[in-house]
Design a protein around this ligand. Structure first.
Ligand code: PMP
Length: 438
């Protein structure tokens, strides 16, 4: 019976996917969702609650994607739903200032002392794009240094050797990006102090900014080596360049103060997104006051947005931050740590080589022996084995990212019963992978 039910769910997802492909490019609104890296039709989600997604056919999945890290309290958390309903009843957008955006900005500044001034935008892409623009405007320089396998959204200057969906699509760089747009981008290996020192020696005076995910989550999760980010800080200071931390994923996920609080390194500028909008489209960039004050209306760097600081998103963000108490972070840590242990235990039992990494409420794993310290290491994992693992898990009601170079996320709804289910499924799924390898 269960097999039949699953087969029909599959075929109905397939039918909807076929219909979607008639109107949406590739059937989706964002490429990784299409399952092209793992095969099969994507699950079309009807609703979500707590830790669980329900697809069009009623199939339920324990969700470790959580809208790519945006959902940290669990889906449809009552406090977020109530805040959004209340805000919506008072109008969905005004294109004028509101108290809620002031309150959310104040909350962020309290948690991240480096963010003296900030601006809200609608996506992480906009946050990184605008942070770079203001860094260029402030320094009067053009060059930006980024790291292979990091992802900073899809603005032109960042679409070279990026991680996440760009890597999953097998694109070393996107078509449609004029040579001029990426001419001033230097891409270096992550965790490589010698490479960044050489870049500064060669062209230090032309470097506007170094942008980095302080704990990268777009080539799986890769931890910074001790001293690496500190070295970036020093080099930027020596050469008058700005250090931009892209904390779109890590902000409020590895702890209340983001990776910068966790690692005790202050960037000049910070990009936020995902959690900060409580699952609605909001993001932000901010940092040192003298840099941010270069933005219009105070300064000559232009940046704007019709829906920026949207009242529904601000309400969702505020409700989310309010719920993220120290006790909440302890629960998130416990769930993430349990997931990491489950993966390691299952891999050992199945004889599958595995390297895991965890920072707060996010976990990464690579199907290979470690260490994994950069994009080349990440890509050398058994990427071909991932689709099999993914489908073995999906068939057991566990939703992992449909691409091997992503992070796993947990929410406050990932309590004991959910994690026990995940543990059992992970053991079985790794066993199928073990059989393939042997
Ligand atoms: N920066 C990082 C670190 C990200 O992970 C992402 C998206 N996953 C972005 C920026 C872009 O955010 P968005 O998809 O909201 O444009």
């Amino acid at each position: 019976m269960r097999v039949e039910a699953r087969a029909s769910a599959q075929s109905r997802n397939e039918a909807l996917f076929a219909r979607a492909k008639g109107v949406l490019v590739g059937g989706v609104s964002s490429p990784v969702r299409s399952f092209s890296a793992v095969g099969g039709p994507p699950r079309f989600i009807r609703n979500a609650s707590g830790a669980e997604l329900t697809d069009k056919e009623g199939g339920t999945y324990l969700d470790f994607v959580l809208s790519w890290g945006a959902v940290i309290l669990g889906h449809a958390h009552p406090a977020v739903v109530a805040a959004v309903q209340d805000a919506a009843a008072r109008g969905t957008t005004y294109g004028a200032p509101t108290e809620s955006e002031v309150a959310l900005a104040e909350a962020i500044r309290k948690d991240m002392h480096s963010v003296e001034r900030l601006r809200f935008v609608n996506s992480g892409t906009e946050a990184a794009m605008s942070a770079l623009r203001v860094a260029r405007g402030f320094t009067g320089r053009d060059r930006v240094i980024m790291f292979e396998g990091c992802y900073h959204g899809h603005a032109d200057p960042f679409l070279t050797k990026a991680g996440s969906g760009v890597a999953a699509a097998g694109l070393p760089k996107s078509a449609g990006v004029p040579a001029g747009a990426s001419r001033d981008t230097t891409v270096l290996p992550f965790n490589d102090e010698a490479a960044i020192e050489a870049a500064f020696r060669q062209a230090g005076e032309s470097i506007a900014a170094v942008i980095v995910e302080p704990i990268p989550a777009n080539m799986g999760v890769v931890l910074p080596r001790r001293g690496f980010l500190q070295r970036l800080r020093e080099l930027c200071d020596e050469h008058g360049s700005l250090l931009i931390f892209d904390e779109v994923v890590t902000g409020y996920r590895v702890g209340r103060g983001g990776a910068q609080g966790h690692l005790k390194i202050q960037p000049d500028l910070t990009c936020l997104g995902k959690v900060v909008g409580g699952g609605l489209p909001a993001a932000a960039f901010g940092g040192r006051r003298e840099v941010m004050d270069k933005l219009a209306p105070l300064g000559p760097v232009y940046q704007a947005g019709t829906l920026a600081g949207n009242p529904l998103a601000m309400a969702a963000g505020l409700a989310t931050l309010r719920a993220l108490t120290p006790a909440a972070y302890e629960r998130l840590d416990a769930a993430a740590s349990r997931l990491e242990n489950a993966l390691n235990g299952a891999a050992v039992a199945a004889g599958v080589p595995l390297t895991t990494a965890r920072a707060g409420a996010m976990v990464g794993f690579h199907l290979r022996r470690g260490p994994v310290s950069n994009f080349a290491d990440a890509r050398a994992a058994d990427l071909d084995g991932y689709p099999r693992l993914f489908h073995a898990l999906l068939g057991r009601g566990i939703y992992f990212p449909p691409s091997p170079l992503e992070a796993l996320f947990v929410s406050l709804a990932h309590g004991g019963p959910a994690m026990a289910k995940a543990e059992r499924a992970v053991v079985d799924a790794f066993a199928t992978l073990g059989r393939r390898v042997q």
